[in-house]
Design a protein around this ligand. Sequence first.
Ligand code: NAD
Length: 363
Amino acid sequence: MSVFEHIDGDGYEQVVFCSDDQSGLRAIVAIHSTALGPALGGTRFYPYPTEEEALVDVLRLARGMTYKAAAAGLDLGGGKAVIIGDPKRHKTEELLRAYGRYVETLGGRYITAEDVGTALGDMDVVRRESRWVTGCSHTWGGSGDPSPVTAYGVMQGIKACALEVFGNPNLSGLSVAIQGVGKVGHALCGYLVKEGAKVTVGDIDVDNLARAVSDHGVESVPLAELHKLEVDILAPCALGGLINDDTISELRCKVIAGAANNQLASDEHGDKLRDLGILYAPDFVINAGGLINVEDELRGYERERAMARVEGIYRQLQNIFALSRERDLSTARAAMEYAEDRIRKVSRIRLVRTSEFGPTSAH
Ligand code: NAD
């Protein structure tokens, strides 16, 4: 399939292929939309078996960022980048700086950050060649690892779900099963235990599992059992696709609310959850804390302000639940509609400011 066949129809603005022979850099930057502001999204460093798989992934992720930023009420568009290669073997200073040069050439239409396969320190290196980087380490005046902030936002979202389903946002005594206790899941576990929730965890990584159990005194169960537990809340915090044709009939929870991206295998699974009476917190709404945090860095980071803004996820989910009732839609579809509506309305206003538009003026 040609590149144009991939991007036609979904409104992508720009796809940039970057190559630097000497460092071995092969990257793709996808800008889905700058309708609300510069396209912000992380750089994924991953050994894609084929270029086509890399392209499909970067396009899907960039589009997702448009929705996430719009639903979070940010003046940001959606973009993403992938670097093709094994981060353990191919990541070098030379390659990251070569990549930074390409990011710089986009003049702020795309702002990068860390993602799977890249870390804070890598963003510090990219930043030596480009101003358009966020999520840098504290050493360089950045906001540091966004994961604990994402977890804080997820907890706010879980409280909104508790209010919706149990009539009270208090988490004390509620049972929560967390799938995946990596950076976000581990921090979420801590927050929930502190709130008095009864937490059970599962992970494929035995070290991460052991750390969660010993740090937070929670129980663990075999992974195959986790999503079948009769709990109040299931929190997917590993990879996407937990809610699929095989698992959906096995769910015994009342709420699904977690950090993982792309939790639903398809939009239809969101409809099915609604039919089953399970409240789903749309992933790109509840997990926006990290994005809000790195956006705050562009304004001159203030942690207290960032955390206060992340608390807005609670209210935002309430809005989505209300919209879902009003339009008789799944919460997932309601969140998409909300984002599209905001892009339509606000981008019209922002167009007037095109001449002064861009991160240098906006932030
Ligand atoms: P991470 O890699 O630190 O943690 C993921 C954890 O999931 C690891 O412990 C891993 O062993 C485990 N895992 C992987 N596959 C699993 C499986 N099949 N079953 C059970 N456990 C499995 O990643 P993270 O930064 O904690 O992110 C978790 C999820 O949240 C991802 O989907 C990520 O895209 C999403 N997310 C993260 C952030 C952030 O700020 N880090 C922001 C938004 C969304």
